[in-house]
Ligand binder design. Structure first.
Ligand SMILES: [Mg+2]
Length: 271
């Protein structure tokens, strides 16, 4: 599959996309509203790289359902890459859980990770069917969870995590803990292999920020269910734009508009 990609290099454009609240509807997890744009990208042979906090087991399933299985994907918020030679590194999930268990109990008790939940709990919280919830629990690198403390307690928790080398990233629904890799770190590895002339990234939440800022063009997909993305510097010069509609409907409109815009220059470097 990678061989196929390399034969078509240099690719003109690579699209990096978050899933939940971006290409997938926040509540129904459907993406059919984005099918016209996905079809258009496929006919243009433009790779779509899914980039999510989801696990390899979950993303592989979605790639197959979407017809994107020949492309790499970014899993667990950038901690791993699948579909590239030597893509995945040794998992760090067990070490992450051990560090979590060693935290002060008053903070620890305010965080409930997937590892503290049964598949049924994960199904109830996410709305996923039980088999999909089970795939969501097959983690290699990172721990999503629900924070039930105050904002001030969260800062203390993050500080205690940082002392253990752990970062916490806020997605649309979860606070996800990992040993510090972001979606943008994983983008670098994929860009190095595919050598695209330009990159387009789409995301809805603060954990997409680094990815949106790294891409040549970024799209913030509206998500009325989560806290709004703060203003990003790239919005001033139009390099980063926002959709009006949410989820896959906004995704579809943004990608079609991007493909229809007049020819532009290739990649440029940022800061
Ligand atoms: Mg999201």
């Amino acid at each position: 599959m990678v061989e196929t990609l390399l034969m078509t290099c240099p690719v003109k454009l690579v699209v990096f996309s978050d899933l939940d609240g971006t290409l997938l509807d926040h509540e129904t997890y459907r993406w059919d509203a984005a099918q016209p744009a996905l079809d258009r990208l496929r006919s243009l042979q433009i790779p779509v790289v899914l980039a999510s906090s989801k696990t390899a087991a979950e993303i592989t399933r979605l790639q197959n359902d979407m017809g994107l299985e020949s492309y790499p994907a970014i899993v667990e918020n950038g901690s791993g890459v699948i579909g590239l030679p030597g893509g995945t590194t040794t998992g760090t999930y067990a070490a992450l859980r051990r560090s979590l268990e060693a935290m002060p109990q008053d903070l620890r008790s305010l965080y409930r990770g997937f590892g503290d939940m049964s598949a049924n709990d994960v199904a109830a919280i996410t709305g996923l069917p039980p088999d999909a919830a089970q795939r969501a629990r097959q983690r290699d690198f990172s721990e999503p969870g629900i924070w039930s403390g105050s904002a001030a307690e969260l800062e203390t928790f993050k500080q205690a995590l940082a002392e253990r080398g752990i970062t916490a990233q806020r997605g649309g629904r979860f606070l996800t803990l990992s040993f510090g890799k972001t979606k943008a770190d994983a983008m670098d590895r994929i860009i190095e292999v595919l050598q695209p002339e330009a990159t387009l990234a789409l995301g809805d939440a603060p954990n997409d920020r680094a990815m949106l800022e790294k891409a040549d063009h970024g799209v913030i997909v509206a998500n009325p269910h989560s806290a709004p993305m703060p203003d990003l510097p790239g919005e001033g010069d139009g390099r980063i734009t926002r959709t009006v509609e949410s989820g896959p409907t906004g995704w579809n409109a943004a990608v079609i508009a991007f493909l229809n815009r007049p020819a532009t220059t290739g990649r440029h470097s940022h800061g």
